[in-house]
Design a protein around this ligand. Structure first.
Ligand SMILES: Cc1cc2nc3c(=O)[nH]c(=O)nc-3n(C[C@H](O)[C@H](O)[C@H](O)COP(=O)(O)O)c2cc1C
Length: 286
């Protein structure tokens, strides 16, 4: 049985994805746009929140009603953006991250570049372009386009500042039974790959706030908030990071044939400062 969601193993696509901030001056073909639209996730699982996607053209040069989409100079050359709106509801930021990352990985699988933008985009202009209602939020957008191999100076600076090529070690992220014990890779058994793919996930300013505790057949997901970070932003982007991590973990597990589901199952164990429980993964039939 082929469990693949994309044209290649999801772990390969996760490793291939990187933030692209410099694009070729070449619009997406109509066929490519249609493919993206067809892949828009329709599910409201796991948090029962609706996410509405839209491709937006940055065709300021066109006559009629020009749309201007600003990124404070961070993104160069992109003509199309992927935007999405989430209904105002509990866990909508996590759901946003989870659903939007599925699109980011799909775009990666068809050779397009993306870059999560939660801070450096002009919210008002994008809100107008997607027709944001009072009952919705739009925490992030992403350019989608053909990557330019050359990087702009601002792109190199951003990668250097966020230390984008680094990830925290396995020991800092994954625990066994409680936060006092590190999870040995061998004890993760079939979950070694899903956890490793979670570890490679992108996160706002590369803060990597996700922590996971294995408790027998359950994996509990926690968010360790970076002090003062959420205050700087309109939305708590670290909750979006959490959704992205869930997406990587679930897609990798499913592709490996693991059948599981998300549930609210806080084990009530002692947690470090600034940390909160989000959700648990439970393997079915166990
Ligand atoms: C929720 C979220 C918000 C982000 N916001 C921005 C942003 O506003 N501007 C930007 O240039 N990069 C942004 N990034 C990209 C991160 O800096 C990047 O993912 C991280 O440094 C890791 O690098 P990589 O994506 O190349 O692996 C964001 C990433 C995430 C997940």
């Amino acid at each position: 049985m082929n469990n693949q969601l994309y044209g290649a193993p999801v772990s390969e696509i996760i490793k291939r994805r990187t933030s692209v901030r410099t694009y070729l001056d070449q619009p997406l073909t109509a066929e490519m746009k249609a493919k993206l639209v067809e892949f828009f996730p329709k599910t409201t699982e796991p948090f029962n929140v609706t996410i509405r996607f839209k491709l937006i053209e940055n065709d300021a040069a066109q006559s009629g009603s020009p749309v201007k989409l600003g990124t404070y100079g961070v993104i160069k050359g992109a003509k199309t953006f992927l935007a999405a709106a989430a209904e105002k509801k509990e866990k909508n930021l996590e759901q946003f991250g989870y659903a939007f990352e599925k699109m980011v990985l799909y775009a990666t699988s068809v050779g397009l570049g993306t870059c999560w933008l939660g801070g450096t985009f002009k919210k008002g202009e994008f809100a107008k372009a997607i027709g944001l209602t009072a009952d919705e939020i739009m925490p992030c957008v992403s350019p989608v386009g053909y990557p330019d191999r050359r990087k702009s100076i601002i792109e190199s600076v951003m990668r250097y500042t966020a230390r984008s090529d680094n990830r925290k070690s396995w020991d800092e992220l994954f625990f066994d039974q409680d936060f006092g014990n590190h999870l040995e890779k061998t004890d993760a058994v079939i979950y070694q790959e899903p956890l490793e793919m979670l570890r490679l996930a992108p996160s706002a300013s590369n803060k990597q706030p996700w922590r996971v505790i294995k408790e027998n057949n359950k994996y509990h997901f926690y968010l360790e908030h970076t002090k003062g970070y959420a205050k700087l932003l309109a939305y708590d982007l670290q909750k979006v990071d959490m959704g992205i991590a869930m997406c990587h973990f679930e897609l990798t597990a499913k592709e490996a044939g693991i059948d599981g589901k998300w549930l609210d199952s806080d084990p009530g164990i002692k947690i470090p400062e600034n940390t909160e429980y989000t959700v648990s993964w439970m393997e079915k039939g166990k």
